[in-house]
Ligand binder design. Structure first.
Ligand code: AMP
Ligand code: MG
Length: 488
């Protein structure tokens, strides 16, 4: 099996990880392979679905050249610091430089216990594996930075959560698995040398072109602030709720990582929470930009000792940089929201128009995705009632639409061009929660057709697909109280 590994993380000091072998499973069966991603990694579907491929993807056999490790990290979980987390149910096989020249981690998620497993079994259940596969690939197709999914295999074994469930292993591909929590792991141990090493490593790997004249720590912090601002703005523009934005789930590369109780908004509700244990709304939809800032402040703290010998000076420098985040976030957010509204030029007041629209959606509990898609139709000549009918008080929408139209009046593009631009940032298809749940229920019964259909349709989220209209529809009222549980 020609995995062409070129692994660098496993050559870092021993305290960065634990060398570990996956634990054998009974009957590996390949459920899904991502052909395009396989090709990018110099692999083929035939290789990955062969008996040998199945053994490798299940962790029963290591491919030649693999140097399998579980990474050490710490993290703030719902605001409380845990000094040691680490890959308790994930094993990194190695890194591959893809056809596009980009280096990625190839990791098995759910391959058995590691020294970081604490009380856990190191395993994953089929449902969460297929959810992560589907949603991460949908995010990639939506153009959002994300970890990817190369394969899902059933293990032929049960895992025990509240009830026995079929087990599975996901092969996750990421720009890296370095998290804010990785820095915290070493900072909590006052291991300044390791923080230094990790900073240089992360810069070389993720931000090699960033000018480093202000020193590695400020350079890295600046790059991560930029990447997170962009990422969270993107999430907000498509109604995505990560659900567990703990610092251990915050990627230094700026990718969406660790799909647990994540979900997309149907009805627009800025306070929407999906994690069953998030009682305070810490990770609610519209709180995500603020939480990203909080997580970045935790990263900054770990970097203080290598920023400046004088701690007061270091705190000043870090604070000054962190304070750039809100305006950088807002600039990213404004850029995407302008496109969603069909504006090509930057005008003051654009965000107020966006906010006005969102307030109307919230008031009338309108489906977020449908509303923006229909707004593109209206920009394209559809009758305003095509969208206005979704509101409790269609007049309030018509008032807003009048402002929107007058803002559009001096834009130099044709309505067809405008609508096309709008449709490139406002998807027709998102992984709707009720469809994802349906898909999982079918898969547990051995029927993968809904999974395959969703994967196909969500691979082209911005295209109208007339034979998949059912997948554009929000759930009926009885289904809308959707909660994902943390027992992933
Ligand atoms: P997560 O909620 O997936 O971000 O995981 C938080 C921490 O718990 C990480 O250190 C995981 O490795 C660990 N963890 C989660 N589930 C398991 C499991 N089934 N077995 C061992 N460790 C786990
Ligand atoms: Mg995690």
């Amino acid at each position: 099996m020609p995995f062409v590994f070129d692994t660098t993380y496993a050559r870092l000091p021993e305290r960065f990880f634990a060398r570990v072998q996956p634990t054998r499973v009974a009957r590996p069966e390949v459920l899904a392979v991502n052909a395009a991603l396989a090709d990018l990694l110099h692999l083929t579907v035939d290789e990955l679905t062969s008996p040998e491929g199945a053994e490798i993807l299940a962790g029963n056999r290591l491919p030649p050249g693999a140097d399998s490790i579980a990474l050490a990290y710490a993290g703030h979980q719902f605001g409380g610091f845990v000094p040691q987390l680490g890959d308790g149910r994930a094993i990194l096989l190695g890194e591959i430089v893809g056809r596009n020249g980009r280096r990625v981690d190839v990791q098995l998620k759910g391959p058995g216990r590691t020294p970081f497993s604490r009380g856990g079994d190191g395993r994953a259940a089929l449902g969460p594996v297929l959810r992560e596969y589907l949603v991460s690939e949908a995010m990639a197709a939506l153009g959002v930075p994300t970890t990817r999914s190369l394969a899902a295999v059933a293990t032929g074994e049960r895992v025990y959560r509240e009830t026995p469930l079929p087990g599975a292993v996901l092969t996750r591909v990421a720009s890296s698995h370095i998290r804010v929590g990785t820095f915290q792991f070493f900072a909590a141990r006052r291991d300044v040398e390791a923080v230094q090493t990790l900073t240089t490593y992360a810069l070389d790997r993720h931000y090699p072109n960033a000018p480093r004249d202000k020193g590695p720590a400020l350079t890295l912090l600046n790059c991560v602030i930029g990447a997170q601002a962009k990422l969270v703005a993107h999430w907000l523009s498509i109604g995505f709720v990560h659900g567990v934005m703990n610092t251990d789930n915050t990627s230094i590369a700026g990718e969406t990582i660790d799909y647990g109780p994540c979900a997309f908004l149907d009805t627009y509700d800025s306070k929407r929470v999906f994690s069953s244990i998030d009682h305070g709304g810490r990770y609610a939809f519209s709180n995500q930009p603020r939480i990203a800032m909080w997580n970045l402040a935790r990263l900054a703290e770990t970097l203080l000792p290598i920023m400046h010998d004088d701690e007061t000076k270091a705190v000043e420098m870090a604070t000054e940089l962190l304070e750039t985040y809100p305006s950088r976030f807002e600039a990213e957010y404004a850029t995407i929201m302008r496109k969603k509204l069909g504006f090509t030029q930057d005008r003051e007041g654009d965000l107020a128009i966006a906010k006005g629209f969102l307030e109307l959606l919230e008031e009338s509990r309108v489906d977020f995705t449908t509303a923006f898609r229909r707004l593109a139709d209206v920009a394209d000549g559809a009758a305003p009632s095509h969208l206005g009918d979704l509101f409790r008080a269609p007049d309030s929408f018509l008032n807003w639409a009048a402002k929107w139209r007058s803002r559009l009046a001096d834009e130099p593009v044709s309505s067809a061009e405008r609508a096309a631009t709008m449709r490139r940032v406002s998807p027709a298809f998102i992984p709707r929660n009720h469809r994802v749940e349906e898909m999982i229920a079918a898969a547990v019964e051995g029927d993968l057709k809904p999974f395959e259909r969703l994967c196909n349709v969500l691979g082209k989220p911005y295209e109208d697909q007339p034979d998949a209209i059912d997948l554009t529809l929000p759930p009926g009222d009885e289904q809308w109280r959707y909660v994902t549980f943390c027992g992933t």
